[in-house]
Design a protein around this ligand. Structure first.
Ligand SMILES: CC(C)(COP(=O)(O)OP(=O)(O)OC[C@H]1O[C@@H](n2cnc3c(N)ncnc32)[C@H](O)[C@@H]1OP(=O)(O)O)[C@@H](O)C(=O)NCCC(=O)NCCS
Length: 227
């Protein structure tokens, strides 16, 4: 595998659509590639296999370019607690990689206290997964959908929960399981409702609203907590 230059990454048009306020975002459509890492970033994944190195370095490249857009050029993004990326103090951000896609967003902390983005390849979620990621109410709702629509919404629901987990982590540093939040869709928006209010005291609302969009082979979800 050869190292590739950062020019192949593009400013993302789709990821900013997931947020109501200004975010910087870059992406790579296609398989993850091996990109130069800052030595301190490489030290975060010392024994990683090639596939993981490619995924990690592609995500870092997207994130570094997004950071450069908001004035933080060449900022190494280290790995913090529970794998979370460490951003400059003034910013929040999020990275996602899915089969055939990688992207990152960053925003000013005085706009958002937390931000999360997630991408999932469509038609990959196995029906059995619903049992692990859905609450009883969500399963009942999904069971009324059929075929491709059911898979699409189950995948989006999964992605929305992963995006929210990344988003809330900036504030709470805490764990929330898949069945501790419940998703409801409303057009191109989704609501995340905390089923165990008070579990993470830093989350002072019971409901958070995010957006999703489906393009080509992926669903993209984004959610942020306003400052
Ligand atoms: C953290 C998690 C959401 C990431 O999911 P994933 O399938 O690896 O998804 P993605 O590829 O889209 O995202 C990976 C990126 O998320 C980021 N990430 C990982 N852990 C994170 C955390 N605790 N906080 C914020 N971002 C995190 C990293 O940047 C990671 O990429 P990197 O390791 O190359 O830096 C998932 O592994 C997990 O632990 N989920 C369980 C908790 C959950 O989702 N609960 C749902 C209810 S809120």
């Amino acid at each position: 595998m050869t190292l590739i230059p950062e020019e192949i990454f593009k400013p993302s048009v789709r990821l900013p659509k997931l947020f109501s306020r200004s975010v910087a975002a870059h992406e790579l459509q296609g398989p993850a590639r091996l990109v130069n890492l800052h030595p301190s970033e490489a030290a975060c994944i010392p024994a990683a296999a090639e596939k993981r190195r490619a995924e990690f370095s592609t995500g870092r490249a997207c994130a570094r370019l997004a950071l450069a857009d908001v004035g933080f050029a060449d900022f190494p993004i280290l790995m913090g607690e529970r794998r979370s990326p460490v951003w400059p103090d003034a910013l929040v951000g999020s990275i996602t990689h899915a089969d055939g896609y990688c992207g990152a967003v960053v925003a000013r902390r005085d706009c958002y206290r937390g931000i999360g983005v997630d991408a999932e390849r469509l038609n990959r979620l196995k029906p059995e997964a619903e049992r692990l990621i859905c609450t009883e109410e969500e399963r009942v709702w999904l069971s009324k959908l059929e075929g491709d629509e059911r898979i699409l919404y189950a995948t989006t629901l999964f992605s929305a929960k992963e995006a929210f987990y990344k988003c809330q982590f900036a504030l709470t540093r805490g764990w929330l399981g898949f069945r501790e939040v419940q998703v409801e869709f409303d057009g191109a928006q989704f609501e995340i409702r905390l089923i165990v209010p008070g579990k993470l005291p830093e989350l002072d609302s019971e409901v958070y609203v995010g957006r999703f969009l489906v393009e080509e082979n992926h669903v993209f979800t984004g959610i942020a907590i306003e400052a």
